[in-house]
Design a binder for this molecule. Sequence first.
Ligand code: PRP
Length: 209
Amino acid sequence: MINIALPKGRLGEKVYAMFEAAGYECPSIKENNRKLIFENEEKGLRYFWVKPSDVSIYVERGAADIGVAGKDILLEYEPDIYEMLDLNIGKCRMAVAAKKEFRDNGERTLKVATKFVNIARQYYAGIGRDIDIIKLNGSIEIAPILGLSDVIVDIVETGTTLKENDLEVKETVVPISARLIVNKTAFKFKTAQIEQILRELKEQVKTDD
Ligand code: PRP
């Protein structure tokens, strides 16, 4: 049995559609109920829906052999897994944003509000800027408006959230997309099965044109 952790939500639906198109369907998953685990015994597959930010935990600890997680989560938590394939979906970017009029003159410690503490620290260490991190858990955009921080480091997809809160992107930190990840031990013992899934899934990846 191959255990596959899918991120619950819109991205997860797209991910499942790719698995389905690759020949790894599990029809019961389409029955709209509150069930979280679905099996296709004949194909030896078990899918389960987990919170997107938890996928890498299931995969790292071996509760799932395979999973799909955003590059943001992989960069932030650095789970000990194999990152095997860029699925080219769930695309967005990690960015520094601030009020339009904000200019960093580099004079004092920069106050940075974010959920992605590790990514923010690494980014500013890389450019040699002193920062004071303010860890928040959501609604990050409010921080610069209320003067809690100078800037935010957050995910920008369409840019609508920033726009509606009179903020703008100042710098791009890193592009983000969904990645197929594999448990290290599972890859050792289920190599052939996992490699086959990877091969077939790769054919479903759409390139940008
Ligand atoms: C993310 C992010 C922004 C928003 C950006 O939040 O934190 O708030 O999406 O998207 P946009 O550029 O298309 O407006 P998400 O909805 O993932 O949840 P969160 O509030 O828990 O971070």
